[in-house]
Design a protein around this ligand. Structure first.
Ligand code: COA
Length: 174
C-alpha cells in the first residue's frame, strides 16, 4: 500500500491552516477476469488491434484509489534482464498531478522485484511531454526506430502539430 500526500491550504480569517489529507493509493496487478481499462490504454496507444496483441503476453498493473482506477501500466519482458513498458496512461481527470511519476516509480520497484535489471519505454518523436518526463525519471535514449508509427499504425498520428513518425526508445538501469 502506498500513500500520496495532498496538502491543501485554506485561507481563514486570520490563520493559514494547512490541512493534510492522506489518500490511500495502490498499484496492483489486474486479476484474470477483471475489466481491462481500454479507455485508459487507448490514451497511450490509439491502435486497438496492436494493443490487443501485446496484452496477450503482458502484465497489466493499475493505479487505484478507493476502487477508482486512475492509471494503467503494461509490462512485457524482452528477455530475462530487460522489461518494457508497453503502455502507461493516467486518466485525463488526474493528469499533471504527479500520478504518472508515482506510477512510474512503483513500476520500477515492481520490475526490480521481478528480477529485471533494465526497463525500456518507447515514445513518439512528437510526444514532447513524455520525452521530457522519461528523461526526468532517469531514462536515457537508446535507439530510434525510424518510421515505426508510419509503418505500424493504420492512421496517422499528430501531436503538437507534429506527425508521430519515429519511435524513440529509452532505457533505464533499475
Ligand atoms: N507535456 C509536458 N509536460 C508533461 C506532460 C506533457 N504532456 N506530461 C507530463 N509532463 C511533465 C509534468 O509537467 C511533470 O513535470 P515536473 O515534475 O517538472 O512538474 C512531469 O512530467 C510528471 O508529470 P505527472 O503529473 O506525473 O504526469 P501525468 O500524471 O500527467 O502522467 C502521462 C504522464 C504521460 C502518463 C499522462 O500524461 C498520460 O496518460 N498521457 C496520455 C497517455 C500517454 O501519452 N502515455 C504515454 C505513451 S508513451
Amino acid at each position: 500500500m502506498f500513500f500520496y500526500k495532498f496538502t491543501t491550504k485554506f485561507q481563514r480569517l486570520e490563520n493559514l491552516i494547512t490541512q493534510t489529507i492522506i489518500i490511500a493509493m495502490a498499484v496492483r496487478q489486474l486479476e484474470k477476469g477483471e475489466m481491462i481499462p481500454y479507455d485508459l490504454l487507448l490514451l497511450a496507444d490509439p491502435d486497438r488491434k496492436l494493443l490487443e496483441q501485446y496484452l496477450i503476453n503482458s502484465w497489466i498493473f493499475v493505479l487505484e484509489q478507493i476502487e477508482t482506477i486512475m492509471g494503467v501500466c503494461v509490462l512485457q519482458n524482452i528477455d530475462n534482464q530487460i522489461v518494457e513498458i508497453k503502455n502507461i496512461a493516467i486518466d485525463e481527470n488526474y493528469q499533471n498531478k504527479g500520478f504518472g511519476k508515482f506510477l512510474l516509480e512503483n513500476t520500477f520497484e515492481i520490475a526490480k522485484t521481478k528480477g529485471f535489471e533494465k526497463i525500456r519505454i518507447g515514445t513518439a518523436n512528437s510526444s514532447i511531454g513524455q520525452i521530457y518526463l522519461y528523461q526526468k525519471m532517469g531514462f536515457d535514449m537508446k535507439e530510434i526506430r525510424k518510421n515505426f508509427f508510419v509503418e505500424n499504425y493504420e492512421n496517422s498520428i499528430f501531436e503538437h502539430n507534429l506527425q508521430a513518425k519515429h519511435m524513440i526508445v529509452f532505457e533505464k538501469n533499475l
